[in-house]
Design a protein around this ligand. Structure first.
Ligand SMILES: Cc1cc2nc3c(=O)[nH]c(=O)nc-3n(C[C@H](O)[C@H](O)[C@H](O)COP(=O)(O)OP(=O)(O)OC[C@H]3O[C@@H](n4cnc5c(N)ncnc54)[C@H](O)[C@@H]3O)c2cc1C
Length: 493
């Protein structure tokens, strides 16, 4: 049995704790905030309840695997349900499309009806290509602890056709231009780069696996909200014997002769450990908590672009909105200007941006709706791709702009607001310790993002990384996979 300290009680840390405790290790999770969950947070006021982070669940197999491998199945603790309709999109020309959650053929029909031309057939060939890409990357890259460029080179030599499919020289934008005649479908595909906080003009075409996975395995929801997933994983970790300490910040990972021997807390207390698993942002771990030389990792992190952040409005809305779906995306009129504003110019957040709305009635008082509204936004800070979100009046002015943009696109709720709560990237940074409020650690911008992302095994003996800023990446499914990978690497007591 090893003594294991997990730094951070986000979904990655809690999942790792549950798995490691199941393997009979003595596990302590140390969380800086007063509650666990990190980016998968929650907020309640005046009878309204909101998830403040994830709202769309994909690859539910990763959730099922976690619960099955640590005890009773997910179905015994969560109501995980497929969405009735995956997403409703509104394009800049006013076209609306309801994308079904029932697989490739129904989506082909929806796209054909909405866009005409060869849209349905082009979607099918795009989907088939993305399926081959998923088959090529799933085992060697996503479900394995990728360490360095060697697997890429090995794949290139052994399976040149697969290597051509995932060729890092093609961007997601380039793939969209080759795959679709209709500019609206290209805009639709571009959006999937933002699921990893990235710019489609710079991120590799291999991100086509993101829409593939969404359509092949469906979009899901958890009755009562994603927060219940956090609670269930927390409970599972506790049931397996893991201790969870909240309100305790780790300020250092301590080492002896190049191997971890514990962590030091803000108050000076030390917790001895044979193994430390970090669920905090990898850049923060390497730059702030470690004094051992990790220059190679820091050099790679410096080459990577941090992921974008998000500007969030939590709206308590009186009455019911006709025709509103659970998930709606309203595209902006100039997506390139929007990506420029998020990733390179540091002047202001994007004007008339693409807006995502997650609307529910089950977290709202009778005859009301809870809306979670998200806009991709530059990080908090200075330099390219960052702005000072604490500048006086900025957040309030931008909230007004987002509400006016929603109104211009047919969803005017300004006279129906019972509650308005603003969450900026600076707030996300304060709440979760993620530098600048970056949602996914590093973005996938560049030709080799997977190899720049910090590995699950650090160069310091006994130190492992889970969570959205480490391999294989951000978002609930990948974060849960990182926990599975690390538990497997550490193994049985
Ligand atoms: C607005 C938003 C929308 C999203 N939408 C989706 C979605 O629809 N679908 C999806 O799959 N994913 C989505 N995500 C991403 C998803 O929420 C994250 O990838 C996932 O929750 C991250 O989990 P994590 O384990 O990496 O850690 P985090 O949630 O970042 O948790 C890290 C924890 O470490 C703690 N911590 C930090 N520093 C210290 C320290 N020094 N000592 C102790 N503790 C520390 C923090 O307080 C935090 O609790 C969204 C995220 C956001 C913010």
């Amino acid at each position: 049995m090893s003594r294991i300290v997990v730094i951070g009680g986000g979904l990655g840390g809690l999942a790792a704790a549950a798995r490691l405790a199941r393997l009979r290790h003595e596990v302590t999770v140390v969380e800086r905030a007063e509650t666990v969950g990190g980016k998968a947070g929650t907020f309640s006021r005046d009878g309204f309840r909101f998830d403040t982070g994830p709202s769309l669940i994909t690859l539910p197999a990763t959730i099922r695997d976690l619960f099955r491998k640590t005890g009773k199945p997910a179905e015994s603790v969560l109501d995980l349900r497929p969405l009735d309709s995956l997403m409703r999109y509104r394009f800049a020309d006013g076209t609306w499309v309801d994308v079904p959650n029932t697989g490739v053929n129904d989506v082909a029909t929806a796209f054909q009806d909405a866009f005409g031309g060869r849209a349905g057939a082009q979607w099918r060939s795009f989907y088939e290509r993305a399926e081959r890409t998923w088959d090529a990357v799933r085992t060697p890259f996503v479900e394995s602890p990728l360490e360095g460029t060697a697997p890429l080179l090995r794949l290139g030599l052994a399976r040149p056709r697969d290597a051509a499919l995932i060729g890092p020289w093609r961007t997601l934008r380039g793939l969209g231009q080759r795959s679709f005649d209709d500019p609206r479908l290209r805009v639709w595909l571009d959006r999937y780069a933002t699921y990893s906080g990235s710019d489609p003009r710079k991120s590799p075409a291999v991100l086509s696996v993101v829409p593939y996975v969404e359509h092949a395995f469906g979009g899901w929801e958890i009755t009562g909200g994603v927060r219940l997933l956090v609670d269930a994983v927390h409970q599972r970790a506790a049931d397996r014997g893991a201790q969870v300490r909240t309100g305790s910040e780790v300020v250092a990972v301590t080492t002896t002769a190049g191997r971890v021997d514990g962590v030091r807390l803000a108050g000076g207390e030390t917790l001895p450990a044979d193994i430390v698993v970090s669920d905090i942002d990898a850049a923060a771990l390497y730059s702030q908590l470690l004094d051992s030389p990790t220059s190679d990792v820091m050099r790679r992190l410096r080459h990577a672009t941090p992921s974008s952040s998000g500007f969030v409005l939590l709206l308590g809305v009186r009455g019911r909105t006709d025709g509103l779906r659970r998930h709606t995306v309203l595209f902006g009129d100039d997506v390139d200007a929007e990506f420029d504003a998020v990733f390179s110019s540091s002047a202001r957040p994007p004007s008339r941006p693409t807006i995502y709305v997650n609307a529910t009635t089950d977290g709202a008082p009778p005859d009301c709706e809870s809306w979670f509204v998200l806009v991709n936004a530059p990080r908090h800070g200075t330099g390219p791709g960052a702005i000072d979100w604490r500048a006086p009046g900025l957040a309030e002015r931008y909230a007004d702009e987002v509400l006016a943009t929603l109104a211009a696109r047919g969803l005017d709720v300004r006279n129906r607001l019972a509650l308005l709560e603003i969450r900026t990237p600076a707030d996300l940074e304060s709440a979760t310790g993620s530098p600048g409020g970056a949602i996914y650690g590093t973005s996938s911008n560049g030709w080799r993002p997977a190899t720049l992302r910090p590995a699950n095994r650090s160069p310091v003996a006994g130190l492992f990384l889970v969570g959205g800023s480490a391999h294989p990446g951000g978002g609930i499914p990948l974060v849960l996979m990182s926990a599975a990978l690390v538990a497997e690497m550490i193994g049985r007591a």
